[in-house]
Ligand binder design. Structure first.
Ligand SMILES: [Zn+2]
Length: 155
């Protein structure tokens, strides 16, 4: 990997450690030219490993940016989480889906995202489910209870 400071062609790994709970390897790299030290992470890439089967028979590739955006929209009650939690929540969804399956469906992504959100923030899970029409049994209209956070207008 080239250096992020001087763009020298080669850097060497001075230290590396596997993450204890996530499929991730942390590395410290040092530039041979300017001696800058920086950190990289290696993790599974769903986009490169698993096609998404669409309803019309075509396939798509996983897009982390799109998932981050849709997760952030579930945090209208918490702009802070929208900004600071959306990335790692999306990465958790990607890690969960990065198993040995041959393909995934958009429904798999939605269901896994809903599960991950449920563990993190019940209200975000409810909003995500409503935005993605995952709740078909509860036909009651009205917004989910917003307890201590005041109601906000939906876009
Ligand atoms: Zn350098």
């Amino acid at each position: 990997m080239f250096c992020i400071n001087c763009f020298h062609k080669s850097t060497s790994v001075s230290n590396s450690r596997p993450h204890k709970k996530q499929p991730q390897i942390w590395r410290r790299r040092t530039c041979a030219n300017c001696h800058a030290v920086f950190t990289t992470y290696e993790r599974p890439s769903l986009a490169d490993n698993t096609p998404i089967d669409l309803a019309d028979g075509s396939t798509d590739t996983f897009n982390l940016g799109r998932l981050i955006l849709s997760i952030s929209k579930a945090f209208t009650h918490s702009p802070n989480d929208a900004q600071y939690s959306s990335l790692w929540l999306a990465q958790t969804v990607e890690d969960t889906l990065s198993t040995d399956r041959k393909s995934i469906s958009p429904e798999d992504i939605e269901a896994t995202t809903h599960q991950v959100l449920k563990k993190f923030d019940e209200l975000a899970a409810v909003q995500y489910a409503a935005q993605h029409k995952l709740i078909s049994s509860t036909r009651k209209r009205g917004r989910p209870s917003l307890r201590e956070h005041g109601p906000r207008s939906r876009e």
